[in-house]
Design a protein. Structure first.
Length: 547
């Protein structure tokens, strides 16, 4: 998979920018991802002047990755004008990672800004009819599931035991095998799954656990209808036999999809199960669950026990965390003649509902400017400016309106956070500067035309030429910002809940400068037009669906 990336700001010596073309390739066996990164070093500066050959041979390229959505980490540096790097990518095979590059000519330039970002493995592109960046990214922690384990020579069910037990006995033989089956019905049929991870808490063991390191694998159950509530070593549902007879389902397992070596320290263990979840979303009737298998090469009595749905501490129970792109709010139902997906019993009262966290993809932003700039519109600027001038007076005010149409009806918003990256502004004036967020009321601004004087480019703001000051409720959240460039967050749960309940009231939010600061104090944030897309505004909304 090859993608082009471009350095995005004038930071190389004399205002030049290096243009990179980065290619991620898959080589090796067993689906090893992205072991080669290659690119083409530039021949010219941004001003079209040729880079001398002796300088091209000195270009240093630094490679960075991002997985947590916040911090970029350098993982490689290639000097002397070379255009390829070989090695294991820092993000695990199959997990979406984001990669970028910078360039430097050591003798006459400083490190360039980060290039545009490439995802690898590549995320399926949405249809050409809609821009990619307007698709919501949803992360759901599924709350409805069943689990159990089966034990060699034991014809009883273990569905209500507080542990999922995996065990080797005798040596090189699976004696206990775990099973989990998840209700995926809350996922849209056309969801583009980017990642899915199984999270289990290693909570206990028997006799010290045996081997200090025991590999535990996860595989899809196939060729049978598993009922974790009644399954035993002899039967998947307490009635019929497993395909291989009394083998605990060994012949009903697909090839292992993910394997993690578990040491003897209690804690969370995470497996990548993206492939099987994608399969189940495409064909729900094939969802017969997943098996948790200990290493057949383990020594006798090696074991690891994981917290089950019945574990006393609900915070340590199993989790399946799925992230997907949401292409539309109401996808058309698809008529299918295939068997129905498995039905699930009503979960116990203390089993949580599915919890969704959405990174809202659609938004627009701008800022307005006092004085001689009061008729200027800044919709296409890469920054959202907040500014105080003169002292104790707001001179720049930002606005953002989020497209929340992807949120379903009848939800309870448990948390909503606005995240902006403080990215520019020089010294910024006062060493501490308070920026607040308030709901816009009394006007529906057209941010593509709004100015300090007019909310839609034509009509004055309520209260006159005041940059919208009279069209704002009291602040719902405030953050004090120093002089370190960083992510800043505001709690906007109240606003998002109101807009979810009454979408017609969504006139957006104002990002207000510090009215008590000294003259020329300010903080600038990356806008939706900022060159580095990883630093653009984010609205993260966590909610549950009401019955």
């Amino acid at each position: 998979m090859c993608s082009s990336v471009r350095a995005g700001a004038n930071r190389i010596l004399q205002g030049t920018v290096i243009v990179l073309f980065v290619c991620f390739s898959a080589i090796g066996t067993d689906g090893a991802y992205g072991q080669i990164i290659s690119w083409t070093n530039p021949l010219t500066y941004q001003d079209r002047n040729a880079i001398p050959a002796n300088l091209r041979s000195t270009i240093t390229t630094k490679l960075y990755f991002l997985q947590d959505g916040v911090a970029w980490t350098q993982f490689a540096s290639v000097a002397d004008g070379r255009e390829t790097w070989t090695g294991a990518l820092p993000v695990a095979d199959g997990i979406i990672g984001y990669y970028g590059a910078t360039s430097t000519i050591p003798s006459n330039g400083i490190e360039s800004p980060l290039s545009n970002i490439v995802a690898y493995p590549p995320i399926a592109a949405p249809p050409a009819s809609a821009p990619t960046d307007r698709f919501d990214e949803v992360t759901v922690t599924l709350g409805k599931y069943q689990d159990t384990y089966v034990a060699l020579g034991d014809g009883t069910s273990h569905a209500v035991i507080p542990l999922i037990q995996t065990y080797v006995w005798p040596a090189r033989n699976v004696a206990n095998r775990g099973f989990l089956q998840w209700d995926l019905s809350s996922l849209p049929a056309d969801a583009r799954i980017t990642t899915a991870t199984l999270r289990l808490h290693y909570a206990d063991e028997e006799g010290g656990g045996g081997d200090n390191a025991l590999a535990i694998s996860v595989a899809k159950v196939i060729g049978t209808n598993l009922d974790p509530g009644t399954a035993t070593w002899n039967s998947p549902d307490g009635v019929v036999a497993w395909t291989g007879g009394a083998d605990g389902g060994a012949k009903n397992l697909a090839a292992s999809e993910s394997t993690v070596v578990v040491d003897n320290t209690h804690g969370w263990v995470v497996w990548n199960v993206t492939g099987m979840v994608r399969d189940w979303v495409k064909a729900p009737w094939t969802n017969s669950g997943m098996a948790l298998d200990p290493d057949k090469a383990g020594t006798a009595d090696s074991n690891r026990y994981f917290a089950s749905r019945e574990y006393p501490d609900p915070l340590l129970r199993p989790e399946l965390v799925v992230t997907y792109l949401q292409p539309s709010r109401n996808p058309a139902p698809q008529a299918v003649s295939e068997p129905l997906p498995p039905s699930f019993p009503n979960p116990a009262a203390d089993v949580p509902s599915d919890t969704f966290t959405v990174s809202i993809g659609g938004f627009e932003d701008t800022y307005v400017n006092l004085g001689s700039y009061s008729d200027n519109n800044y919709f296409s600027e890469p920054l959202i400016a907040t500014y105080t001038w003169p002292a104790n007076n707001v001179a720049n005010r930002g606005f953002i309106r989020w497209d929340l149409s992807g949120l379903p009806d009848n939800i309870t918003v448990t948390n909503a956070a606005l995240w902006l990256f403080y990215v520019d502004g020089g010294a910024g004036g006062d060493p501490a500067y308070a920026v607040s967020v308030a709901k816009v009321t009394g006007a529906f601004p057209d941010l593509s035309r709004a100015t300090w004087n007019r909310f839609d480019g034509v009509s004055p703001w309520p209260g006159g030429q005041n940059g919208g000051a009279a069209a704002m409720d009291p602040p719902v959240s405030s953050s004090t910002i120093g002089r370190t460039y960083r992510w800043v967050s505001w709690d906007v749960t109240e606003l998002v809940q109101e807009w979810a309940d009454r979408p017609e009231t969504n006139s957006g939010m104002a990002i207000d400068g510090d009215a008590s600061a000294g003259a020329d104090s300010h903080r600038y944030f990356a806008s939706g037009e900022y060159p580095d897309p990883s630093l653009r505004p984010r609205l993260l909304v966590t909610y549950v669906k009401n019955p």
